[in-house]
Design a protein around this ligand. Structure first.
Ligand code: OSB
Ligand code: MG
Length: 366
């Protein structure tokens, strides 16, 4: 396979409703796709972060620059996906940008062999249970109405975004209204400090599956100490950027669950290594999301089909995010999402729709 061209397409797709977290409110999926053209096949990927560095240090503008000036220049036409991480190792950080590059090349490569990414990664399920991430709302009744709608659609678990001032009450309200059978978890996106331990302990009575990333991303020790003071299992998201991080966090008892987001860890190859490390330690993992379009959702579903992904992921149906997606929509069926089986990521942009959502195109190579 020989790479002939790499393009970056800026897209802006309205969300069906604003998504508020402890770090900000999103109303549009504003990112870019990468398109890799080779002599054998075409590959696609999606950059997972936003225009502002609020979830992590990376953002659209920085990723575009680092791809153009530092990552793409290290790619040679005959490169394989497995070589991308090694070839770009000297460039510090920028894992989400690296993940986009590796994934587009991997997609082209797998398409050239006619192999699906699920088969390549070692997926053992043809469908995966879907959870849904519910943003911070203006009121409890608004939250209850949203959760009621998602449960009626069949979602297998509910994740509530929390922050100081929006934690005990929303969780209590959802438990009281929908009962103890609902699989329920929370995500703080680093909004608390170690001084909040006693407050967070009050969530113990609600039998949550897990509490995601309560403390700052670099505070592994803080999570380990917090874990000794609360019963709810701690799950790390932002803190885990590699299999090495996962091994450290597990060894220090900083988490009992890991949210695996391929973008955050540099791509699907490293995501699989985290899965393997976690499985070896008996740590359950689940597939996180970043409000991806269908281009990012397809491969996430394939990863979520690996055997260690034993908890429902943030892999919701396209309509939970977008009235119109750039691919054929992914649909929820009895609480499950089907894993794409076609070659590569198993999903293609619809040319006319993509054109409408594209705000700018840039050639990165040649
Ligand atoms: O922390 O998991 C997170 C969305 C954007 C950035 C970070 C997170 C999220 C979500 C939504 O929780 C997950 C999804 O449905 O894609
Ligand atoms: Mg999270």
């Amino acid at each position: 396979m020989k790479i002939e061209r790499i393009e970056l397409l800026h897209v802006a797709i309205p969300l069906v409703s604003p998504f508020r977290t402890s770090f900000g409110t999103m109303t549009t999926k504003d990112t870019f796709l990468l398109r890799v053209v080779t002599d054998a096949a075409e590959g696609w990927s999606e950059f997972a972060a936003d225009p502002e560095p609020l979830y992590c240090s990376e953002f659209v503008g920085a990723a575009e620059l680092v791809l153009e000036q530092h990552l793409v220049p290290r790619v040679t036409p005959e490169i394989t996906a497995a070589e991308v991480a090694h070839r770009t190792e000297a460039i510090k950080g920028h894992k989400l940008a690296k993940a986009a590059l590796e994934t587009a090349i991997l997609d082209a490569e797998l398409r050239s062999y006619g192999m699906s990414i699920g088969t390549f990664l070692g997926a053992t399920a043809s469908k995966v249970p879907a959870g849904v991430s519910v943003g911070i709302k203006n009121s409890i009744p608004e939250l209850i109405a949203d959760v009621e709608g998602y449960l009626a659609e069949g979602y297998a678990r509910i994740k509530l975004k929390i922050e100081p001032g929006w934690d005990l009450e929303p969780v209590r309200a959802v438990r009281e209204r929908f009962g103890s059978d609902v699989l329920l978890q929370v995500d703080a996106n680093t909004a608390y400090t170690p001084a909040d331990a006693e407050h967070l302990r009050r969530l113990d009575e609600f039998d949550l599956l897990l509490m995601e990333q309560p403390l700052e991303e670099d505070d592994i020790r803080g999570h380990a100490l917090l874990a000794q003071r609360i019963r709810t299992p701690i799950c790390l998201d932002e803190s885990i950027t590699s299999a090495k991080d996962a091994a450290t966090a597990i060894a220090l008892d900083a988490c009992r669950v890991i949210n695996v987001k391929p973008a955050r860890v540099g791509g699907y190859l490293e995501a699989r290594r985290i899965h393997d490390v976690a499985v070896a330690h008996g740590i359950p993992v689940w597939c996180g999301g970043m409000l991806e379009t269908g281009i990012g959702r397809g491969p996430n579903l394939a990863l979520a089909a690996l055997p260690g992904f034993v908890l429902p992921g943030d892999v919701s149906a396209s309509r939970r995010y977008f009235a119109e997606d750039v691919t054929e929509p992914f649909e929820l069926e009895d609480g499950f999402m089907h894993v794409p089986t076609g070659p590569g990521i198993g999903v293609d942009p619809i040319p006319e729709t993509l054109r409408r959502f594209t705000t700018a195109t840039r050639v990165l190579y040649p």
